[in-house]
Write a protein that binds this ligand. Structure first.
Ligand SMILES: *[C@@H]1O[C@H](CO)[C@@H](O)[C@H](O)[C@H]1NC(C)=O
Ligand SMILES: *[C@@H]1O[C@H](CO)[C@@H](O)[C@H](O)[C@H]1NC(C)=O
Ligand SMILES: *[C@@H]1O[C@H](CO)[C@@H](O)[C@H](O)[C@H]1NC(C)=O
Ligand SMILES: *[C@@H]1O[C@H](CO)[C@@H](O)[C@H](O)[C@H]1NC(C)=O
Ligand SMILES: *[C@@H]1O[C@H](CO)[C@@H](O)[C@H](O)[C@H]1NC(C)=O
Ligand SMILES: *[C@@H]1O[C@H](CO)[C@@H](O)[C@H](O)[C@H]1NC(C)=O
Ligand SMILES: *[C@@H]1O[C@H](CO)[C@@H](O)[C@H](O)[C@H]1NC(C)=O
Ligand SMILES: *[C@@H]1O[C@H](CO)[C@@H](O)[C@H](O)[C@H]1NC(C)=O
Ligand SMILES: *[C@@H]1O[C@H](CO)[C@@H](O)[C@H](O)[C@H]1NC(C)=O
Ligand SMILES: *[C@@H]1O[C@H](CO)[C@@H](O)[C@H](O)[C@H]1NC(C)=O
Ligand SMILES: *[C@@H]1O[C@H](CO)[C@@H](O)[C@H](O)[C@H]1NC(C)=O
Ligand SMILES: *[C@@H]1O[C@H](CO)[C@@H](O)[C@H](O)[C@H]1NC(C)=O
Length: 702
């Protein structure tokens, strides 16, 4: 509704005051499955560790991932005579404003080590835990009767049930919020008869860029070793995979023991002593160091319940369920399931990988241009403790190598990398080395925090990071004597990675983001009563104008055949981000009519089938700010932006499923639509006519 009626306003206010019964709303969206999906698991996890299950509640028939923030593996170094160590990699020199700058790009003269550095390290699948059935029974998923599996979002517990040989089985699966432990509570007569046990298996790493839906290979058994140690009620399996070693610590509560590994495999089996009852409580902990304190399954089930209850009952919340529209119901489903999946997959020590802890994309590495989409919503939904696991710690850890990167290229400040592993090394790549829009993210996070926690503590916390980042941004901007403005690029890649890097100059989004970043860095100094370096102000005031052609913003200045050649308009439509994602730009070249023309042109011509998840929420934020709530909601429900039955964001034609930035950006857009934004006019709503929206805890977006 563009102008909400008084009645609706009064209703909203009353209900907000009464506060929303969150459990009632959340529970409506508990996902249920009756068979395994062949593309996504139903998951439990804690943000740094996740366990993906098939319909049996374990990884019985489908080896979905057990992934973590800490589990990584290097293949051994290449054995070629002259390319054996990372130091042998020299990258490539490209002309950059009249000088040669060295970039971490695959060097055709060093193919082997270039490739090794791209593929290593990879994120490990820590192990597979499934039901073992007496082999002569030839059990398949189809032979299990009455399968039903439900995830209780409010407690983080999956309950899976089925029947086999006329006997029922029920299993509850959960993950401890504080340790990387899966708890498994089984009730079944099959346990007593010796027909059922639990198996543990360990894959070797795979070299695929995308390893989805399953991670690792099970037939390279001679490449790695496992060993078992057990005593009463507990066991430990040590997995050594090249230079990586980690431990599975297992604890159970009945008379049982583990045997294995079966010949030629790394498969172990836990079997109950016969007639030892029909329940089994099992805890399976994964850790890079030996762990004595494995919580019992009972304890984990309780800590999981209290963590998730607390998760749902703190921070912001939105309720669309009073809107009589299936679109509102679907949007609510996406919101609730995204909230769950982001806490499981995208709340770790580093920025998450695109596929979270479900499977591997880009070898399990994470991309530093993506944290705003992956993690920005935590700030906007008031879930600061989850954001603080990664931010700003990750930037602080990566600062020394980012300063070194800038220095080696002849720039001031710190240049953040791109496709990263936990050491902060950026993998060789032409795009990886030439993308620049990751730089001002530091300012975006800092400013979100300052808006919620204005004060000296926040200013101090971020000052060093902002200063180093701004110094790079200032020194990267090139003073063009013939035009009298600072240019960005060439060479560079803009957000849409489909342009010629040697011709790309002054892209719309990056120019706007540079202005945003430098103005935040400057106000950071003013807020501390420190002087703003003159060079910062000079660059900020003299950046090239946003490029405009025929009344629209274009990808970059001088791009040939924008809107004419379809190879220009299929990648990220980042021009919409300058208004949707960023605060109002007080620059002469920003013009709302042109912004609106650009949005219309994109809506009419862009190839949406080629978009990546977060493009839709970015388009939605722009539409909302332009006063087009139907379009905003339409983008969040676009037929090319799909969330499956358990809420996993589907990748589409260009990337594997799940593509988690779709979930994070959805929540960022919803926070903006619920809380409004700076400069939003009175009486404007970001929601369609007739929608009944109750929300609490959302502050205005910048
Ligand atoms: C992989 O090798 C690189 C380069 O030697 C090293 O920095 C990194 O710590 C290694 N990672 C793992 C998980 O072994
Ligand atoms: C070894 O180094 C030489 C000289 O740098 C290079 O020409 C050659 O391609 C390298 N060999 C391999 C196998 O990469
Ligand atoms: C860009 O220019 C560099 C030389 O500075 C050249 O090596 C490279 O191939 C060019 N790249 C493209 C995509 O044209
Ligand atoms: C299992 O499969 C084997 C080999 O196909 C067959 O001989 C046996 O009868 C099957 N057992 C059951 C219980 O179906
Ligand atoms: C493992 O299986 C894959 C797929 O079937 C096959 O391509 C590969 O060669 C096998 N590897 C080994 C070591 O047997
Ligand atoms: C494993 O191998 C050993 C020695 O080759 C053999 O005696 C044993 O029967 C095998 N066990 C299984 C389960 O295949
Ligand atoms: C200066 O700006 C113009 C217009 O953008 C551009 O064509 C030219 O290449 C720039 N000069 C240098 C030296 O980069
Ligand atoms: C900056 O100066 C103003 C005015 O003197 C003062 O109120 C404020 O506390 C100072 N802020 C800081 C962070 O020192
Ligand atoms: C904005 O752009 C439109 C279309 O080019 C133009 O007609 C209008 O004068 C511009 N507005 C301002 C304030 O510059
Ligand atoms: C701008 O409009 C002119 C005249 O209609 C047309 O020839 C040209 O191709 C347009 N350029 C773009 C980028 O749309
Ligand atoms: C561009 O148009 C051509 C001809 O219609 C088509 O074959 C091609 O797939 C399109 N490319 C993209 C990226 O949409
Ligand atoms: C629901 O959303 C779809 C997709 O955006 C849209 O086409 C349809 O018109 C919407 N329906 C209603 C009733 O708003």
């Amino acid at each position: 509704m563009k102008t909400p009626s008084l009645l609706t306003l009064a209703l909203c206010v009353r209900l907000i005051a009464a506060s929303i019964d969150r459990q009632v709303i959340v529970s409506q969206f508990n996902p249920t499955r009756y068979a395994s999906s062949n593309s996504t698991p139903m998951q439990v996890g804690n943000g740094n560790f996740a366990f993906g299950t098939d319909v049996t509640g374990l990884q019985t028939f489908l080896p979905f991932g057990t992934l973590s923030s800490w589990g990584w593996h290097n293949f051994s170094l290449p054995t070629d005579a002259n390319q054996t160590v990372p130091e042998d990699f020299t990258g490539l020199d490209w002309w950059t404003h009249g000088r040669l700058v060295n970039y971490d790009q695959p060097n055709p003269a060093e193919p082997v080590i270039s490739n090794w550095l791209i593929q290593n390290p990879q994120r490990l699948n820590l192990g597979q835990v499934g039901f073992w059935f007496e082999p002569s029974l030839n059990v398949t998923e189809e032979s299990l009767v009455g399968k039903v599996q439900t995830l209780d979002l409010y407690s983080g517990i999956i309950t899976s049930k089925f029947e086999f040989l006329g006997k029922n089985l029920q299993v509850k699966t959960a993950v401890d919020p504080d340790s990387d432990t899966v708890s498994i509570q089984v009730e079944s007569e099959l346990l007593e008869s010796g027909e059922l046990g639990i198996f543990f298996d360990y894959p070797y790493s795979d070299v695929n860029k995308f390893d989805a839906p399953f991670v690792g290979v099970w037939n390279a058994t001679s490449m790695h070793t496992t060993s078992l140690q057990q005593s009463e009620g507990q066991a430990q399996i040590t997995h050594e995979i090249d230079a990586t070693t980690y431990y599975t610590s297992i604890k159970w509560d009945v008379e049982a023991s583990i045997t294995g590994p079966e010949n030629g495999t790394h498969r172990y089996t836990l079997l109950l002593t016969s007639n030892c009852g029909n329940t089994l409580d099992l805890s399976v902990n994964f850790s890079p160091s030996l762990t004595k304190d494995v919580p019992t399954a009972d304890t984990t089930s309780l800590t999981s319940q209290s963590w998730w209850q607390q998760y749902w009952e703190t921070g912001a919340f939105i309720d669309l369920t009073s809107t009589p529209s299936t679109n509102a119901t679907e949007l609510q489903r996406r919101i609730i399931l995204s909230q769950y999946l982001l806490a499981v997959n995208s709340a770790g020590h580093d920025s998450p990988q695109e596929s979270g802890l479900v499977s591997n994309g880009w070898y399990g590495k994470f991309h530093l241009e993506m944290p705003v989409w992956h993690l920005g919503h935590w700030a906007r939904w008031g879930k600061w403790s989850l954001l603080e696991r990664a931010i700003p710690g990750m930037y602080e850890r990566f600062l020394p190598t980012s300063i070194q990167r800038a220095q080696e290229q002849g720039y001031e400040g710190a240049r953040w990398g791109k496709m990263s592993d936990p050491t902060g090394r950026s993998a060789p790549g032409e795009i990886n080395s030439l993308l620049i829009w990751q730089q001002p993210h530091v300012m975006y996070f800092a400013e979100m925090e300052y808006r919620d926690f204005p004060g000296e503590e926040t200013l101090k916390k971020w000052d060093e990071l902002l200063t180093w980042t701004a110094e790079f941004m200032v020194s990267f901007a090139w003073w063009n004597t013939s035009t009298g403005v600072y240019d960005l690029g060439p060479p560079m890649y803009p957000v849409s990675e489909n342009t010629n890097p040697n011709a790309t100059i002054n892209p719309t989004f990056e120019l706007a983001y540079w202005r945003f970043g430098l103005s935040i860095a400057s106000s950071w100094k003013s807020r501390q009563n420190l002087s703003i370096p003159a060079k910062w102000t000079h660059v900020l005031n003299n950046l090239a104008p946003l490029p405009i052609e025929n009344g629209t913003y274009i990808i970059y200045e001088g791009i040939p055949n924008m809107w004419i050649d379809n190879t220009t308009y299929y990648d990220h439509p980042a021009m919409t981000g300058i208004y949707g994602l960023l605060p109002p730009l007080s620059i002469p070249s920003f013009n709302l009519t042109i912004m609106s023309n650009t949005a219309s042109k994109i809506a009419s011509i862009w190839d949406f089938s080629q978009l990546f998840g977060w493009d839709f929420p970015m388009l939605a934020m722009n539409a909302a700010k332009l006063g087009e709530p139907d379009k905003a909601v339409g983008y969040l429900l676009d037929p090319n932006f799909v969330f499956d039955g358990v809420g996993m964001p589907v990748g589409g034609p260009r990337v594997a499923t799940p593509y988690m930035p779709g979930s994070g950006s959805l929540l960022l857009a919803v926070a903006m639509m619920a809380g409004g934004w700076d400069g939003m006019s009175e009486g404007v709503s970001a929601w369609p006519e007739g929608w009944v929206v109750r929300s609490e805890g959302f502050a205005r977006a910048m």
